[in-house]
Design a protein around this ligand. Structure first.
Ligand SMILES: Cc1ncc(COP(=O)(O)O)c(C=O)c1O
Length: 424
């Protein structure tokens, strides 16, 4: 099921207008310079405005709507009939196919918006972090279309095995560094202590921020966690809602993987609006035991390793937590988006963390590949595993629940991970 031209979202949905209580604002640590006052230097002007906005609907600029269409939006919502049959479940399984993306994932939804605003605000270069490599590729693509340069700090543990994706980023003209790198003070300090440091998203964020702060023509763009990133991603859930109306169904359960929270938030926030007004929906975030940030503490913490960002109120494992690399490395981040953290704190959101050997998750992905035919990104395999686990529970209880899950990306450049875990 796709959507006709006149039923495409023209505005993003901002849940800040509907949250049961206001989002705790970013805050300064007790010592050091004010990070909150520094925010206008760290973020794009328009993104900072959106970050703090409580307007319910925010216009998607016409240029960005056109770019979305060129990038294949709206993306299909598919009933997984063969998977249902294979599982013998009475549940109705629906997946949102974000893998139909020029670079491979949902990350293009915010990359196109951020590159558009950066160009408008006169910047010439974008800097960023990336974990799985999907966000880095998405930003390199969006920047290339806007005529901007990109510098990407890529978590070393992933950079070193995803050589095809590295080449793909370079094809868009991006400059790519394994993080920690020798290119920044943060990176050099860490490499001095451990020349084989595997890196983390928090470290890569610090490097991207440090780089941009040293160049007036550069601005840092973040691929997850922040309110404006989740806002741009709501195009996923808004389309899904309209597609469900056309199917004549409504989800009882919504599932997606969660690293920093951008695909989970984008998919579910338009439905959370209904849940806040009393509709019964079970939301489940699928995570790894390597980084179960939603099972951490709900408190103020830095978003990056070097403490350049303000403190955000979020579920966190601690910004210096050591987390073992996994194949679905886009899920390895210490904190969850403040919006989703608040919703979890208020009891709206469940979470499950799968074993870090990833065997269960990739076996579930294998069944999905063999029944539905599409190869998910390793991170998206967590959504699939969780949705299938819920469908198996329905088989036991005999309930015909409607289960919706988001497949955030494809895994065409991640076969080494599948081969390794599944011994292919
Ligand atoms: C395909 C894919 N899905 C999910 C994620 C997790 O990020 P987020 O929680 O921001 O959606 C990533 C992160 O790199 C990713 O590449």
């Amino acid at each position: 099921m796709t959507l006709p031209d006149d039923d495409r979202p023209t505005k993003w949905y901002n849940i800040q207008a509907d949250l049961p209580e206001p989002l705790p604002p970013p805050k300064d640590p007790e010592e050091g310079p004010s990070r909150v006052k520094m925010l206008p230097e760290l973020l794009l002007g328009e993104c900072l405005r959106q970050e703090n906005s409580t307007e319910r609907w925010i216009d998607i600029p016409q240029e960005v709507q056109d770019l979305y269409a060129q990038a294949g939006r709206p993306r299909p919502l598919v009933r997984a009939l063969r998977l249902e049959q294979k599982l013998g479940t009475p549940a109705h399984l629906y997946y949102k196919a974000e893998f139909y993306s020029p670079t491979g994932s949902h990350k293009v939804n915010t990359a196109l918006a951020q590159a558009f605003y950066a160009k408008k605000e006169g910047y010439e270069r974008l800097t960023t972090e990336t974990g799985a490599g999907q966000w880095g590729t998405a930003l390199a693509y969006a920047a290339s279309l806007a005529g901007l340069k990109t510098t990407i700090y890529w978590v070393r543990a992933v950079h070193d095995w995803k050589s095809q994706r590295r080449a793909f980023m370079k094809l868009y003209g991006a400059e790519v560094y394994a993080s920690p790198s020798n290119h920044t003070e943060t990176g050099r300090e860490l490499l001095e202590k451990n020349p084989n440091h595997p890196g983390s998203l928090g470290i890569a964020v610090s490097e991207g921020l440090e780089d941009a702060r040293g160049d007036d023509k550069a601005i840092y763009c973040l691929g997850s966690v922040l309110n404006h990133v989740l806002l741009h991603q709501t195009v996923i859930g808004l389309e899904t809602k309209r597609q469900f109306e056309r199917f004549g169904e409504y989800p009882d359960v919504m599932v997606s993987c969660l690293g920093g929270g951008s695909n989970f938030g984008g998919f579910t926030l338009p439905f959370f609006a209904d849940a806040i007004h009393g509709r019964q929906i079970k939301f489940i975030a699928a995570q790894s035991e390597a980084a179960p940030n939603l099972q951490g503490e709900y408190r103020y913490d830095f978003a990056d390793h070097a403490e350049i960002t303000p403190l955000l109120k979020m579920y966190t494992l601690g910004h210096h937590a050591e987390m073992h690399p996994i194949r679905g490395d886009g899920l390895r981040y210490h904190g969850a988006a403040p919006i989703l953290s608040l919703l979890r704190h208020l009891g709206y959101l469940d979470t499950v963390a799968y074993p870090a050997d990833e065997k269960h998750v990739f076996e579930r992905a294998r069944t999905f590949v063999q029944t539905e035919g599409f190869l998910p990104a390793p991170e998206s395999a967590y959504s699939i595993a969780c949705a299938m686990d819920e469908a198996v529970k329905c088989k036991e209880t005999g309930e015909a629940k409607v289960i919706a899950f988001n497949i955030s990306g494809h895994g065409f450049m991640d076969m080494e991970g599948y081969s390794d875990v599944l011994h292919l």
